[in-house]
Design a binder for this molecule. Structure first.
Ligand code: NAD
Ligand code: DAU
Length: 352
């Protein structure tokens, strides 16, 4: 069946993996990647698929309703996979309103374009919203987030994502728009912007710079290989039921400090450094404001109903990730030149 799919945020980390998977796996689908190319968007991420006949790129902002309207008229999208967002918690603490604008207003603008252009003819239409486990708040030592867990976001990022999830459900209940939401745990893998923990630590270890660990490194995250997230999105997009929510996670909880020690070990091996060299770079710094203690996803619904499960063990995925960053020095140099330095200084200068 031919589809015309709008993917938003396709030049970012997860979006580029989703675009690559869909463009290569489904030659009959037309994939239009809409991205405003913020600091996190990078067309180099899609260099290998940019000339495929079923792929098109449109530079546009999801909050610009006139342009979104014109693009819906031009392409007649029948499905949307919405990933575009401001995605970094630390930046949301520095500049919360840009998160409200992109994540809430931007999602509302896309939903409204679907409502107007699809004109109640919703058969075969889908609005698939990619969200995060952070909307559920912070766990104590026990328990897991299920699809029924009450929303309790605590950062400007997570509350703006929660706001977008609520808008998506409102369009389902009010207008009957056929929506699906998935909430995923922390992703890692190639092409992640080095403001996030794993690529930031890889870069700093490589350059023998301090590796900043917030607080005591006791916070826990549930890590999933980005390619497994993209596979889950493929499965949910094709088989998920409208109006439903699916949690996606790695069944893979790590304390930050334990993860960093593992990464240091891998880096010592890859860089032929004496064991323990990289761990000397670990530097405990001032904690993140409102730092959520623990995230952990119960992804059994997705496994039971749609048969998905992660394919890669963490140690293997982390090693592949390290290899990718070490082999792609130019990519790393390009994304960390210019404004990255200003961000890094502002974020870390007074923390040590
Ligand atoms: P990212 O920051 O790497 O990429 C975001 C992309 O959105 C960039 O290409 C950027 O240019 C684009 N974008 C931002 N504002 C835009 C705007 N106004 N108009 C058009 N494009 C815009 O983010 P990511 O880590 O790939 O996350 C993608 C999505 O997945 C987000 O919605 C995020 O909330 C969600 N998510 C991320 C994770 C994770 O661990 N990274 C986990 C769960 C869910
Ligand atoms: O859980 C899903 C979320 O995971 C996504 O929705 C977000 O888009 C994504 O950014 C991620 O959020 P986190 O805040 O968990 O990811 P980050 O990589 O920023 O931080 C991971 C953990 O590491 C967190 O406990 C904070 C800590 N940390 C982070 C940085 C950048 C450090 O200790 N030092 C650092 O320098």
């Amino acid at each position: 069946m031919r589809k015309v799919i709008l993917v938003t945020g396709g030049a970012g980390f997860i979006g580029s993996h989703v675009v690559r998977l869909f463009v290569t796996k489904y030659p009959d689908y037309r994939i239009v990647n809409l991205d405003s190319l913020t600091y996190a968007g990078n067309l180099e991420n899609l260099a290998d698929v940019k000339d495929m006949p079923n792929y098109t790129f449109e530079k546009a902002d999801i909050t610009d309703d006139k342009t979104i309207d014109a693009l819906f008229a031009k392409y007649q999208f029948d499905t949307v996979i919405h990933l575009a967002a401001e995605s970094h918690v630390d930046r949301s603490i520095m500049d919360p309103l840009s998160f409200v604008k992109t994540n809430v207003l931007g999602t509302g603008t896309l939903l409204n374009a679907c409502r107007i252009h699809w004109k109640d003819h919703f058969d075969e239409k889908r609005f698939y919203h990619i969200s995060t486990d952070e909307v559920y708040g912070s766990l104590g030592k026990e328990g897991l987030f299920t699809e029924e867990t009450r929303y309790d976001p605590r950062s400007p990022y997570s509350s703006s994502k929660a706001g977008s999830d609520h808008l998506v459900r409102a369009y389902f209940h009010t207008y009957g728009l056929p929506v699906i939401i998935s909430n995923c745990s922390n992703n890692y893998g190639s092409h992640q912007f080095p403001e996030k923990l794993i690529p930031l630590a890889i870069r700093n270890i490589k350059n023998s710079k301090p590796v900043p660990v917030y607080g005591k490194g006791e916070n826990i995250r549930d890590w999933l290989w980005v390619n497994d997230h993209a596979r889950a999105i493929d499965v949910i997009f094709h088989q998920g039921k409208k109006g439903e929510t699916y949690n996606i996670g790695g069944f893979n909880e790590w304390k930050n400090i334990a993860l960093i020690y593992l990464l240091c070990e891998i880096m010592d091996k890859k860089l032929n450094r004496e064991k323990g060299t990289s761990a000397e770079l670990i530097t405990f710094v001032k904690d993140r404001a409102g730092h959520d203690l623990r995230y952990a996803i119960d992804a059994t619904k997705l496994n039971r109903e749609l048969g998905w499960k992660p394919s890669v063990q963490f140690e293997e995925g982390l090693e592949k990730t390290v290899d990718w960053y070490l082999e792609n020095e130019t990519w790393l140099e390009n994304v960390t030149s210019g404004t990255y330095q200003q961000y890094y200084e502002k974020q870390y200068e007074k923390r040590v």
